[in-house]
Design a protein around this ligand. Structure first.
Ligand code: 13P
Ligand code: SF4
Length: 362
């Protein structure tokens, strides 16, 4: 049966049977498969993950495992990262190939190479600019960073990465997320006058030669469509209505939200912060809905609110459902792997170097 026909059949099966089948397949395959689950996955899928975590933890796990098959319940760039960090004989599967990341799509290699060439008309980027890519990016961009003395970062290690980068070269080109770069730099005390925004749709990113010469941090104009929905007024309303509430934000939120928050950190750091708080402490959290709902259930003694009155959910993370996970497990059992993620060899070498630089300082 081909992959599409299998999925159609699984969608015609009651969900309780699918969940039972996943359990049976997991037991049958044992050490043959490792399931990694990002915190934004829906509950029915998250429950089957052998390891859960933020992008940093999951990439560390991918680098450490010797499992022959890795099913990545997350989005495309995460599965690519796992493929880069694992040996050639290990197979990485993404249950739904359409699970992408709109932020990762905001910088492609053609645009970044054009930016680098435009910078080269004013400065020598290979001497004075460290390219830093957020892990939410294509393998091609990780490869670009590896080849040009750069590095990958996650929301869990951005400060260390920026410190490393500035210790090597005087300027940083940070892509694709403006906010993670800006929020990290602000927390490090970098003044606004040292930062410029690079708009990939404008010549010279919309900057003058003088501004480029003076800048220490060049921030790509990209963002997460989920986290940009949180606003500072949401935090103000929460504080007005709930005395003593703490506002927690992911650094993909805009600067005005992070500046007004009590704590800013990656998904793993947010979970740790909540788990270590005293019973009774209340929180308003600005990150993806599935994680916030899980925290609510996990910590019933700590009142937890979603910061925004709107639903901020990552629709691509949501694409991975039990049917797709079940289909991935069946494909492994039957030896007809579908949805394999394989980064081209020529990209893998440099991308791995950029990731290893990050893992070494993480
Ligand atoms: P972290 O889990 O690394 O904080 O990343 C959040 C995110 O948006 C992943 O796409
Ligand atoms: Fe991409 Fe944002 Fe979804 Fe994370 S939450 S996968 S950054 S769109």
């Amino acid at each position: 049966m081909n992959a599409q026909a299998l999925l159609t059949q699984l969608y015609d099966t009651p969900e309780t049977d699918i969940l039972e089948q996943i359990n049976t397949l997991k037991a049958e395959l044992g050490d043959q498969v490792l399931i990694l689950g990002h915190h934004y996955q829906r509950e029915e899928v998250f429950a089957f993950a052998d390891v859960t975590g933020d992008s940093l933890k999951l990439s560390q796990q991918a680098a450490a495992t010797d499992a022959p098959h890795i099913i990545f319940c997350g989005v495309h760039f995460m599965a690519e990262t796992a493929d880069i960090l694992t040996a050639d004989h290990q197979v990485v599967l993404l249950p739904d190939l359409a699970a992408g990341c709109s932020m990762a799509d905001m910088a492609d290699d053609e645009q970044v190479v054009r930016c680098w060439n435009e910078l080269a008309t004013i400065i020598n980027p290979d001497e004075c600019v460290t390219p830093v890519t957020y892990i939410n990016s294509t393998a091609a961009l990780k490869s670009f960073c590896g080849e040009h003395g750069g590095i990958v970062c996650t929301s869990g290690n951005a400060q260390k990465t920026l410190e490393w980068s500035w210790s090597n070269r005087e300027k940083i080109l940070f892509f694709p997320d403006q906010h993670l770069g800006e929020n990290t730099a602000v927390a490090m005390g970098v003044p606004d006058s040292d930062m410029i925004i690079w708009d990939p749709f404008l010549p010279m990113g919309g900057n003058t030669a003088e501004a480029i010469e003076q800048a220490k941090l060049i921030l790509w104009k990209g963002f997460c469509s989920v986290h940009q929905l949180f606003k500072p007024e949401h935090a103000e309303t929460m504080r007005r209505n709930h005395t003593g509430i703490e506002v927690l934000a992911h650094p993909e939120c805009s600067r005005n939200v992070c500046e007004i928050s009590d704590f800013v950190g990656s998904t793993e750091m947010i979970i740790k912060h909540v788990s270590e708080a005293e019973p009774g402490q209340s929180f308003a959290i600005a990150t993806e809905l599935n994680l916030v709902n899980r925290l609510r259930i996990q910590f019933p003694d700590k009142p937890i609110w979603f910061l925004s009155p709107m639903v901020c959910m990552c629709s691509t993370m949501f694409r991975t459902d039990p049917q797709h996970l079940c289909a991935a497990l069946i494909s492994i059992r039957d030896g007809h792997i579908s949805n394999r993620i394989q980064v081209p060899h020529e990209q893998k070498r440099w991308a791995k170097l950029a990731l290893e630089r990050m893992l070494n300082i993480a």
